[in-house]
Design a protein around this ligand. Sequence first.
Ligand code: ZN
Length: 605
Amino acid sequence: MHWAVALAPLAVLFASIPAKAQEYFGRNKVQYESFPWKIIKSDHFDNFFYPAESLIVHDASRMAERWYSRHSETFRHAFDRKSLIFYADHPDFEQTNVIGQQLEEGTGGVTESNRTRVIMPFTGIYADNDHVLGHELVHVFQYNIAEGTPGGGLMRLDALPLWLIEGMAEYFSLGREDPLTAMWMRDAVMRNKFPTIKQLTMDPRFFPYRYGQALWAYVGGRWGDRTVVDIYRAALRLGWDAALVRVLGENSDSLSKDWAAANKAMYLPQIAGRTHPDSVGSKVIGLARSGDYNLAPTISPDGKLFAFFSSRNLFSIDLFVADAQTGKVIKKLGGPSSDPHFDAISFINSAGDWSPDGGKFAFVVYAEGNNEIAILDTKSTNVERRIKLPGIGSVSSVSWSPDGRTLALSGQAGGISDLYALDLEAGTIRQLTNDRFADIQPTWSPDGRVLAFSTDRGPQTDFNTLKFSPLQLATYDMATGRISVFSPFSRGKSINPQFSPDGQNVFFVSDQDGFPDIYRINIATSQAYRITKVATGVSGITTISPTMTVARKTGRMLFTTFYDQGHIVRGLDSTQTIGEPVGTVSVAWEGAQLPPPQFHRLFML
Ligand SMILES: [Zn+2]
């Protein structure tokens, strides 16, 4: 058994595919590279790494010891040495022979049960590495406690529901302030589909990671985190429902009622003042089924077409092109089932880009144990060029320069993300940044002089104390290499920068009040403007997934909102993207709170 940190409900998506089809579509696991493993020993862990990861593994081993201290106190439990096996990037991780299972892009890490080893890739963002590590180490504690429980604890652990096991791993690694999980709960409350605990247990449509985290946040907030651990220990002996009664004195029905009531009380007033996710702007792509993915829209320079990744064909995530006004799907551009030369499209944290004349589309694929860039002719839909990137293990977003000669990209080498510029004619690559900071989602200014990108640079980030700023916006000057960080807000993330056609404004997505929404910042005045106020949020699968795109010539904007556990595409014309002025000091991170409500000093500002 392994537990994936599905950063997305992929487990659900693929679990709903019949086993035969899974076999048919499943890839054979191939090891393309051999990894010369080395070990760094820390107090409680053997940290396995290969030479490319030498810099980052020291930091990761310190994070692991920090989690050991926290979890050890929470669980009131200690263990002997365990192994942590680190891969530099996801394509390397997918080749692991430590476990037999196929690993998909949505699997962020694995804890294997035989020898309780953690296997995980670095993500390119330290805060995300820390989350994956914290999540997997909860599983190590869960396993270790189960092993010591008389009467077949490990077997009983296997029988516990995912909301209990995975929800606890999310709760003890992310906590009770979480914009993504709060967005999921608002969606359930808004549709009057808030599940009972029995439904979570029986019905795979309720993604156990998000609902489980929210349930444990409720239990921990009401009775204390020790109670969460007490329920887990009791569940290993009695089963989960009897454990609730034993520890809380409440059965699952009455706890379900209290939990749902607390969610309605917190979220209904929030939803009342906001726009329904299916009515903001105009409809472009709706949901065919609950939980459908329509992701990372990328609009053509003339604003007429857009490319996006979609699960509409049920068996795989494919790349489609559609009309940017009506959403009418014009054709399927590509996918692993139609092109045997690559294994999968990278769709969770990646977006492709159109060439300035709209004739070509560049996107990221998995092939032979690495990421490559595929360039497709948008008329013929043939992939006419594939570009390997020596030394770069994985690639997220790409951006085509206004003169058509260069692709800017965020690449990951040795576990660390940096910006690179790929000269398309010469086929040469130039590294633009070189440090441990996260550098993602580069996009060109209309004059081609500057890249805007998202990064954890800034005074809040300290590699000594391993504290990291939420992602902020920054610019990179192509001539001088100078980096300027601008934090539009005092709280939350700011991601997914897109220039306005005149280059005077940058559109971006921020959760400065806990709700992910679209904003605009005027570069000259630094004034920020709010463009959306969506009841759920403007979001892709993860909190950093690209979700919004602006046409270079017309300014038409497309974005994805979260609705019915899935993602739909909505649109705004440039006249609708002016927005209302908004202050830069965020009042409260209200939209990120999970019930029960915590005490806030709201009026101290
Ligand atoms: Zn897990």
